[in-house]
Design a protein around this ligand. Structure first.
Ligand SMILES: Cc1ncc(COP(=O)(O)O)c(C=O)c1O
Length: 505
């Protein structure tokens, strides 16, 4: 077993041990500012009880710490160690989640009007990166699993065709695995992109743990992608917002990438977040695959209980075509009510009533993420909840009213015939109107519509609203989906770009 060594964490501890007097930001001064008498009631803990220790680590750029935007000491060493562990040439710590990595990559590679080949069902941060850079997207429809309606990366053939049509593309941008833990091997996609000397970028937000246990799929870095973004905070023991951007090869201009990262991220990044990324890497180095053993055992035991118990809640089954290429994350369980009586949103609520909080839900499925160190006690609680829900759900009203996710998404027109411009000026001076969603077919959306989670924008500003999309939005809304950033959260109305005929003369 390698010794536990986290240089950034150690630098912070050393600084604290010297008990320095700080005449610098942040304003809490190592937590001192919180040590005041507060009239908290009996149920409320004094904030310093929780924050005191973490605030000691929450320092600024000092000679004893380092500077994320100009790393020369502990951050530099921590990033170099991470690059070695994850198999990258260069690794950058991110304090703005994978969001900041996706934005920075697109800003680095694209000038206005440059073309990027993009899987359409990407996280909104990728679309926002296109908007910030003013690039043009050649969108590719995802491959849809016929059994579940869940979306994977586009097929290799789609990517090859797009590369043949747009060999001048600045990048191919894919998202793998998806929120449900479903992914494919990317090595053939890498070969295809590199045949044209086009870099391939992967949003691997949900796969920071990939490659670190034989039960997990390979990481996309090990399959040769040029740049990868990973939300370390999603699947490793990292504080929320802690993420990683890895680069290999010579297709990504590093100076420009550093400049983009400095534009996108705070000039005062959080040291507790940075140190927690360093600690996660050190835990992987020290413990190796055993870091994940307990959770894998727990989830294995849960899966066999689920299969043998005959509850109405079952794990999603994929069609044979998908199954032949699918690589699943064993630490995610995608559940649905096989009796068709409970939507995914309802299952999520019921689980919460029994003290079990799921990662996300959609109209059909609920997604459980098993973190590192999930215990058998956690599993017992989950099993009890499922048993109770399963027993009580028998005989309730049929849901979701004969519709399944696949029939709803089947007619999505997600492949762009022409590259789509994300330049700000594309809709400059266009008047915006709000209209009932039922009347929106054929109009151009003036807002981004993003069910959250999973955060995949189903409409972007300027996208034509099809009849299928109108139905899908109503379906999601009826089922209880939340839409992040929608001007009318109920989605009874939507903003569209007005046409001449709409405007008063
Ligand atoms: C596929 C995907 N990419 C990127 C992100 C953004 O990640 P973060 O929350 O780390 O910014 C998410 C968030 O859920 C995601 O699901």
């Amino acid at each position: 077993m390698e010794p536990f060594y986290a240089p950034l964490f150690e630098a912070l501890l050393k600084h604290v041990a010297e008990a320095p007097v700080g005449f610098h930001v942040p304003g809490h001064h190592s937590g001192q500012a919180m040590n005041l008498d507060l009239p908290v009631n009996e149920q409320t803990a004094h904030p310093s009880e929780y924050f005191h220790k973490i605030m000691q680590l929450d320092v600024t750029e000092l000679s004893t710490t380092d500077d994320l935007h100009h790393p020369e000491a502990s951050i530099q060493e921590a990033q170099q160690l991470a690059a070695k562990t994850f198999g990258a040439d260069e690794t950058y710590f991110l304090v703005g989640g994978s969001t900041s990595g996706n934005l920075a990559l697109l800003l680095t590679l694209c000038e206005p009007d440059d073309i990027v080949i993009v899987q359409r069902n990407v996280h909104k941060s990728v679309l926002n990166g296109l908007r910030l850079s003013g690039a043009k997207a050649v969108f590719l429809s995802p491959r849809i699993d016929k059994e579940t309606g869940l979306a994977l990366v586009p097929t290799l053939g789609q990517v090859e065709d797009a590369l043949a049509s747009y060999p001048e593309a600045k990048a191919v941008f894919l998202s793998n695995p998806n929120y449900y833990g479903m992914g494919v091997s990317l090595s053939s996609y890498v070969e295809a992109a590199h045949r044209y000397n086009v870099p391939i970028l992967v949003d691997e937000a949900h796969g920071a743990h990939y490659g670190f246990h034989e039960a997990f799929p390979n990481s996309s870095l090990s399959e040769g992608v040029d740049a990868v973004v990973q939300s370390a905070h999603k699947t490793l023991p990292t504080l929320t917002m802690g993420a990683l951007l890895h680069v290999q090869g010579n297709r990504i201009p590093l100076n420009s990438l550093r400049e983009s990262l400095a534009m996108i991220q705070s000039s005062s990044p959080s040291f507790p977040i940075l140190a927690s990324i360093d600690i996660s890497r050190a835990m992987i180095d020290t413990l190796g695959p055993t870091l994940f053993d307990q959770s894998l055992r727990a989830v294995g035991s849960f899966r066999s209980w689920l299969r043998n118990q005959g509850t109405t809640l079952c794990e999603a089954q994929y069609d044979a075509d998908t199954a032949s290429v699918l690589q699943v994350d064993p630490l995610r369980v995608v559940l649905y009510d096989s009796s068709g009586q409970r939507s995914g949103f309802e299952l999520q609520k019921l689980l919460e009533q029994h003290g079990c909080f799921a990662e996300m839900a959609d109209p059909i499925y609920v997604v459980l993420v098993f973190g590192i160190q999930t215990s058998m006690q956690d599993i017992n609680k989950l099993q009890q909840a499922i048993e109770t829900i399963s027993n009580s759900s028998r005989g309730t009203e049929q849901w979701p009213k004969g519709l399944d996710q696949h029939s709803m998404t089947d007619g999505f027109e997600w492949t762009s015939v022409q590259p789509v411009s994300f330049k700000k000026t594309a809709f400059k001076n266009k008047a915006i109107q709000r209209i009932p969603i039922q009347l929106a077919e054929g109009r151009l959306s003036a807002e981004m519509i993003t069910p959250y989670p999973p955060g995949i924008a189903i409409l972007y500003p300027g996208e034509k609203i099809t009849a299928v999309m109108v139905n899908y939005i109503q379906y999601l809304s009826d089922a209880g989906a939340k839409f992040q950033g929608a001007i009318d959260p109920s989605l009874a109305t939507i903003s569209i770009f007005a046409e001449k005929a709409d405007l008063p003369t």
